[in-house]
Design a protein around this ligand. Structure first.
Ligand SMILES: Nc1ncnc2c1ncn2[C@@H]1O[C@H](COP(=O)(O)OP(=O)(O)OP(=O)(O)O)[C@@H](O)[C@H]1O
Length: 395
């Protein structure tokens, strides 16, 4: 190995690069068609998930990208460069790879594991050392505690984090992840997924992520490709589109009968969906609050404090008599930020056993969501594409 070779051209600045598969096929020696004539583009800086039933060709597709499996026909373009014929070993140093059970070298420390590719690329010791410590911190491991341990001295979740750190070590433009979180229990998995989403916000790699778990796909993916036998792409869409507008019965069946519920998680609160009950202030007199409610025919009003922050609510019943709104209002802390998902709005409503939830932009009150407006919001997100009569089956 030539440690003095310059860094390959694919990873000039570690920025993300588009991956394009053109007519990519794999026919195995026994004649099995793993993938047939696949055309697919993974946008730079996006996380694309490949999902589909067992044996549909997800892993074959992914392993053709780093040429662990050599394609039978077709081309692989990374950042506009045809990499179908380049040296596969060198190519792999420019592509991060995370697999189930991590694949860390058991007899090497975590530090040595993470430093593998930088060493192969000829980085000097201090640069590698700095990079390893930076990455450990990035994935939530304490370098002082974990760097010099061996893989068996870490928990499953910690090993998985170390695997992600190793894949990111040389700042590759592309990251391939094959069921990376499926070996850990569901609680740890969810935490790793959240951490990984945060990490991707920072590093913005082009990621191809294989899973058989549609929940995971919806949670992590910017785009999702649902595949069927032979690597056929049945639909390639954002999570919201996939759940809201399955292209055919195969996709509808794969995403599940509860796709309406799943859509709650991927549909954001929209200002147009908010309801606007009367708004009164803690300092106002109850008489004024009564007339505000009467005027709009409402049974309750939102109560804000002097700074326009949410204070609570006031029912018509409690608004009787004299005094200030503040003396009769009930406190209410069910609120979500304006960039929340409908799922978190719904969860907040349930958690507070409330019939509504306030939507705030910073401290500013924007309006409320009720079960009715939430339902309408879900329907509106697929409006125009679903027959009127099918609407009832959406949630
Ligand atoms: N080395 C091989 N020789 C022959 N056939 C193979 C080989 N590897 C995979 N296949 C076949 O190719 C098809 C696609 O396999 P692949 O592993 O890509 O599927 P997958 O979607 O990743 O499945 P899973 O979700 O079960 O991991 C399957 O029919 C599989 O049996």
């Amino acid at each position: 190995m030539d440690a003095t070779a310059p860094n390959p051209p694919l990873a000039p600045s570690g920025g993300a690069q588009e991956i394009r598969l053109e007519g990519l096929s794999k026919v195995y020696a026994d004649g099995t068609v793993g993938v047939a004539e696949l055309d697919l583009t993974f946008a730079a800086g996006e996380l694309t998930v490949l999902v589909g039933p067992s044996g549909c060709g997800k892993t074959t597709t992914m392993k053709m990208i780093n040429r662990i499996i050599e394609p039978t026909t077709g081309r692989i373009m990374i950042g506009g460069e045809d990499v179908t014929g380049v040296d596969a070993v060198k190519l792999r140093r420019r592509i991060g790879y995370v697999i189930q059970n991590v694949g860390l070298f058991p007899h090497q420390t975590i530090r040595a594991n993470i430093g593998t590719v930088p060493r192969l690329l000829g980085w000097d010791r201090s640069r590698t050392r700095d990079r390893v410590e930076e990455l450990l911190a990035l994935v939530g491991l304490d370098p002082a505690v974990h760097a010099d341990r061996y893989p068996h001295q870490l928990s499953g979740g910690q090993r998985q984090r170390a695997g992600v750190a190793r894949a990111l070590a040389a700042d590759p433009p592309v990251l391939l992840m094959d069921e990376p979180f499926s070996a850990v229990d569901p609680v740890v998995r969810e935490r790793l997924q959240s951490e990984f989403l945060r990490l991707q916000e920072q590093v913005r790699k082009t990621i191809v992520f294989v899973t058989h778990d549609i929940e995971e796909a919806v949670r992590l993916g910017d785009r999702i490709a649902v595949m069927s036998t032979g690597g056929r792409v049945e639909q390639f869409a954002s999570p919201a589109d996939l759940l809201g507008r399955p292209a055919n019965p195969f996709v509808a069946d794969f995403v599940g009968a509860d796709r309406g519920l799943k859509r709650l998680a991927v549909t954001g609160v929209d200002a147009a969906d908010l309801e606007h009950p009367p708004v009164v202030h803690v300092e106002d007199g109850l008489a004024d609050a009564r007339s505000a409610m009467q005027l709009s025919g409402a049974r309750w009003a939102v109560v804000l404090d002097d700074d326009e922050a949410l204070h609570g609510w006031l029912s018509v019943e409690r608004a009787a008599g004299a005094g200030t709104v503040g003396s009769a209002a009930r406190r209410m802390e069910a609120w979500v930020p304006s960039d929340a998902s409908l799922k978190s709005a719904f969860a907040t409503m349930l958690q507070h056993e409330a019939g509504w939830v306030a939507v705030l932009d910073g401290d500013r009150f924007l309006g409320v969501l009720t079960p009715e407006s939430l339902h309408a919001a879900l329907r509106r997100s697929v409006e125009g594409t679903v027959p009127e009569t099918a609407g009832a089956s959406l949630v």
